[in-house]
Ligand binder design. Structure first.
Ligand code: PGA
Length: 252
């Protein structure tokens, strides 16, 4: 059984003060999530991470939105996996389409980041997904398959099972134009088949989330799909009330 996972990606939003105020209502959500076997978490900016760690109720997953693949050294502006671990972060989003687009992040670089995170015992949340152009050309499957193969290349089954995948079609991110549950399930099933080809039965244990304009009103439809194990949520994770409704939509 794969545990469901709701992860809020705050992107470049919330000061430490705003993060603290969000957390005030989150305590009761954790017991609700726990009683339904759901993991919940948020990915604040690096600057807000300490405030979140200090104020988070026990069990809330705290993720970073990026990590550098090197341990330390002359990489101005970067943060490494050992540094994240040292402060208590347990998960890191990598390969988000906004970083691929604006920061030149590639799937092969994400492979290095996966290795760096696993070495520290951190969970990589590896994002993949196609552009509108690729989607309209009907090339989603081959494009996303390549992203998955490049990032997972050479991992052992033991390593692969620790990685979380998030399928986020770029045309659905922040646009309000979510992929239908059928489209999301279709691509996520394809990803699972690629992982099965690479790692055999371990693929059944790898969690694959959907992301892209997930809202309280549509989360239930995604969670009704057999291969979708949760959601990576941007905009709708910023407001505590909306975050609560997302969780309720996932479990009820
Ligand atoms: P969105 O963002 O929910 O605002 O579309 C999702 C993401 O980028 O992770």
């Amino acid at each position: 059984m794969r545990r469901k996972f709701l992860l809020g990606n705050w992107k470049m939003n919330k000061t430490p003060e705003e993060a603290r105020s969000f957390l005030q209502g989150v305590g009761p959500l954790l017991s609700l999530a726990e009683s339904h076997g759901v993991d919940i978490g948020i990915a604040p900016t690096f600057l807000a991470i300490p405030a979140v760690l200090e104020n988070a109720p026990e069990g809330l997953i705290v993720a970073s939105q990026n990590v550098n693949e090197h341990e330390k050294g002359a990489y101005t502006g970067e943060v490494s996996a050992p540094m994240l671990r040292a402060v208590g972060v347990t998960h890191a989003i990598i390969g988000h389409s906004e970083r691929r687009e604006y920061e030149g992040e590639t799937s092969s670089r994400c492979h290095e980041k996966i290795l760096a995170l696993l070495k520290e015992g951190l969970v990589p949340v590896y994002c993949c997904g196609e552009s509108l152009e690729t989607f309209e050309k009907g090339e989603t499957a081959s494009f996303v398959e390549r992203q998955v193969r490049e990032a997972f290349a050479g991992l052992s089954g033991e390593e692969a099972r620790k990685v979380v995948v998030a399928y986020e079609p770029i045309w659905a991110i922040g646009t309000g134009k979510s992929a239908s549950a059928e489209i999301a399930e279709g691509t996520i099933l394809m990803i699972r088949n690629v992982l099965r080809d690479m790692f055999g039965e371990v693929a059944e244990e790898i969690r694959i989330l959907y992301g892209g304009s997930v809202k309280p009103g549509n989360v239930r439809a995604y969670m009704g799909c057999p291969d979708i194990d949760g959601a990576l949520v941007g905009g709708a994770s910023l407001d505590p009330e909306s975050y609560r409704q997302l969780l309720e939509g996932m479990i009820l």
